[in-house]
Design a protein around this ligand. Structure first.
Ligand code: TA6
Length: 302
């Protein structure tokens, strides 16, 4: 566990960046800027909370989340890397890679006139786990300004090409899933993970009235979540991403997961900026790849 006083001594930035131990049991960074606030767990480099000025919490977090590393924290913005979903070859490897339960290092912080910023890094070497045979440096930068912006950068430090799939697995808080529409993916084909991985076309806006687990193919520069019950719209912008996952477990899957609380499935929607499915990234030795997503509230009259 990193020493909180040492972290604050080196990286605290006036009122913009500070470190402490979360009541969930692990070290966190707290970013503040112009009335906006965000909390990032150092374990997993996982954003746990984003509260824009004048708004309720924008991210959903499991009521039983713990930061002890025993289990990936359900909610906030998990970092899925170096594979998305099940390991492509090893069924014993954990889903969504191995960095979301590991402790990351604080490498930089900044409080400027435009934002408060935190950069965390993780060195994934050969000794990591049997399912990984690479050497890479991973960095996640979280920028809290009028938007919340995340950038996930991978540098291949090995001597062979690195095959990569990844996601910022963002759990957005919604008032009532049945009163939400997702726009910006119209006309995209998607892989339906619940129907034999069949590829299907998306007609109009996405409405959620059952379990949905879809990999939408192709870059989607702007996606919006329109939440009629909270009367708010969240705009999601992305770069360096060739796929977007839309996921809601609905009733039965949520019950099987067992860590979503009584009606968590009604209060969340995952829109995940990714490179996944057929849209993998291949990094030559020494090459660097960056995937970014930013989130902002927009005026919305239901
Ligand atoms: O992103 C959707 C998904 O792949 C679902 O299939 C479901 O497994 C979800 O991720 C949660 O995965 P996790 O390993 O965090 O329980």
């Amino acid at each position: 566990m990193p020493e909180i006083d040492a972290l604050n001594g080196r990286f605290a930035r006036s009122s913009g960046v500070a470190f402490d131990v979360s009541q969930l049991g692990g070290p966190v960074a707290r970013l503040k800027f112009g009335g906006h606030e965000a909390v990032i767990a150092l374990r997993g480099a996982q954003v746990l909370s984003w509260r824009p000025a004048g708004q309720d919490e924008a991210l959903w977090l499991s009521p039983v989340a713990r930061l002890d590393g025993e289990k990936a924290v359900r909610g906030g913005i998990p970092v899925c890397w170096p594979w998305f979903g099940p390991h492509p070859k090893d069924p014993t490897a954990s889903a969504h890679g191995f960095v979301r339960t590991q402790m990351w290092d604080v490498v930089a912080t900044e409080a400027s006139a435009g934002s408060s910023r935190l950069t965390l890094a993780f060195e994934a070497g050969l000794e990591m786990i049997h399912a990984w045979r690479g050497h890479a440096r991973l960095a996640l930068t979280v920028d809290l300004g009028e938007r919340l912006a995340l950038s996930l950068a991978t540098e291949n430090r090995g001597t062979t090409p690195l095959e990569l799939s990844e996601a910022l697995h963002t759990y957005f808080a919604v008032g009532e899933i049945a009163r939400v529409s997702v726009r910006g993916l119209e006309g995209h084909d998607y892989i339906d993970k619940l129907d034999r991985d069949l590829e299907k076309p998306q007609g109009g806006p996405i409405l959620i009235d059952r379990e949905v687990d879809r990999i939408y193919l192709g870059p989607a520069p702007k996606i919006t979540i329109e939440d009629r019950s909270l009367a708010r719209r969240i705009a999601i912008r992305s770069e360096g991403s060739g796929a977007t996952i839309v996921w809601n477990p609905w009733i039965d899957k949520a019950a099987r997961l067992g860590d979503m609380g009584a009606d968590g499935w009604r209060r969340m929607l995952c829109i995940e900026t990714a490179n996944a499915g057929p849209r993998m990234v291949t990094l030559a030795p020494g090459a660097r790849h960056e995937m970014s997503a930013s989130y902002a509230f927009e005026p919305f009259v239901p």
